[in-house]
Ligand binder design. Structure first.
Ligand SMILES: Cc1ncc(COP(=O)(O)O)c(C=O)c1O
Length: 428
């Protein structure tokens, strides 16, 4: 098994980076399947790009029957939404959604404290104030009762993140949003393919947003998508992605909102469409492999899969597989586990992101310079925390295993053999 050489490769990375880079390039080129290399082509991406490059339409701005429209139709169908709007990134998708739904400076949007900092940054770049909430110990996702406690007079939206493709409790969050007349945005940037109560992630909220950037379920270099059932909102979003110009959607050359260049290039739309076409098969392979790993964990002390609101792997997207660490049963803790996995060439990371309120921009109070209106002192107190569950998960309880561990049989067997050897003689 070539994966046994991975610890040597880790040494090479530390001692001789240029040799390591060369080796990785060769392995990616010739042994992508063996090492679970990702991103990878999932269908005919090369053919789609060639076709677009040979045409005269590389940009989505004008014209009909273009690649992004075909992508939007396919994407809307795949996630069970009436409309899909192709955009430049997941972050711009969040900003445009908040603007299109009428959120203004001084309005607040609540999201989990340990999602990607892109979420808080996007909220602020839309002129809106992010308010952080703690997570649940059992799902590692938003704690709905904590969200409820943090709803105040300026709250206008809830953002539910399907973290790493684990389904969020969107049913409860939607009820909460309705009770308080709030908008619900599903951040499904990491969650394409996740399913909640039989319905795809992204189709529950007023809008769902997706990213096609780095480490995302499907990838196009950069890119994103917004989905909604609301036709008026869809038209507003299409106009917002063209610097707010209303010519195409409303037949008037005018702008009524502060807007962005949120366009996706036609070339990337061609890639995205092929990635989407190959995604169901790809996701099935990942789910099957994580399912096998779950069986391995049944007899393994101290580690268990966390699936968000799902009761089976078949409802998850698995951009990363999330584990709960029970240090007492395992015989050692998260820090040692992550260090040993890394030393043995097993891709791993935290279960959730670092707490956003701990990043210098928030800790230092720098964020205050960018909030134009609202009850800033109340928000400041909220930012100070504490967020006990998220702090515990980040420090002790949560580890993530990169998707590449499940993209080749060799990688998964290597992961399992590293875990077995780590716990030999140590587990309680
Ligand atoms: C949960 C989450 N939301 C939003 C984003 C932003 O997406 P993008 O990088 O495409 O702007 C990311 C990724 O960076 C993410 O992981």
């Amino acid at each position: 098994m070539l994966q046994r050489l991975l610890p040597l490769v880790v040494l090479l990375r530390e001692r001789f980076p240029p040799a390591y880079d060369l080796l990785v390039r060769l392995a990616k080129r010739f042994m992508g399947g063996v090492f679970g290399v990702y991103p990878r082509t999932l269908a005919n991406e090369v053919g789609a790009v060639t076709e677009i490059l040979r045409s005269s339409q590389w940009n989505m701005a004008y014209g009909r029957g273009l690649a992004h429209e075909r992508l939007e139709n396919d994407f809307a169908e795949a996630v069970g939404a009436r409309h899909a709007i192709a955009v430049a990134s997941g972050g711009v998708a969040l900003q445009m959604s908040l603007r299109a739904m009428g959120l203004k400076p001084g309005d607040e949007a609540i999201h989990q404290v340990d999602t990607c900092s892109a979420t808080a940054m996007a909220v602020m770049n839309a002129g809106v104030t992010p308010v952080f909430a703690d997570i649940s110990d059992s799902t590692f996702m938003l704690d709905c009762s904590d969200v409820q406690r943090r709803i105040g007079p300026h709250t206008r939206a809830l953002i539910a993140t399907h973290m790493w493709g684990n389904p969020e409790n969107v049913s409860a969050l939607r009820t909460l949003a309705r009770e308080h007349s709030l908008k619900l945005i599903e951040d499904a940037c990491l969650g394409l393919g996740a399913v909640v109560d039989g319905r795809p992630a992204g189709s529950w909220g007023d809008v769902g947003v997706f990213s096609f950037g780095c480490i995302k379920p499907i990838q196009t270099g950069e890119g994103g998508m917004i989905v909604t059932h609301d036709e008026t909102l869809a038209r507003e979003l299409r106009s917002l992605r063209h610097w707010g110009d209303r010519t195409i959607e409303f037949g008037v050359r005018d702008a009524t909102q502060l807007a962005w260049n949120g366009r996706m290039s036609e070339i990337l739309a061609g890639v995205a469409r092929e990635q989407l076409r190959g995604y169901p098969r790809h996701l099935k392979e990942v789910r099957d492999a994580v399912g096998e790993f779950q069986i391995f964990l049944e007899d393994f002390p101290g580690l268990s899969l966390v699936l968000g609101m799902a009761d089976s792997v078949s409802s998850c997207g698995f951009t990363q597989a999330v584990l709960r660490v029970d240090a007492a049963s395992l015989g050692f803790g998260k820090t040692e586990l992550m260090a040993e996995l890394t030393r043995n060439g097993v891709a791993n990371w935290h279960a959730n992101f670092e707490l956003i309120n701990g990043l210098s921009f928030f800790r230092s109070g720098g964020w205050r310079d960018w909030i134009l209106r609202g009850d800033i002192d109340r928000v400041g107190k909220n930012n100070d925390g504490p967020f006990p569950a998220a702090e515990r998960v980040y420090a002790h309880d949560g580890v993530g295993l990169g998707k590449m561990n499940f993209l080749s049989l060799g990688n998964r067997k290597h992961l399992e053999s590293v875990l077995r050897s780590l716990t030999k003689g140590r587990a309680a």
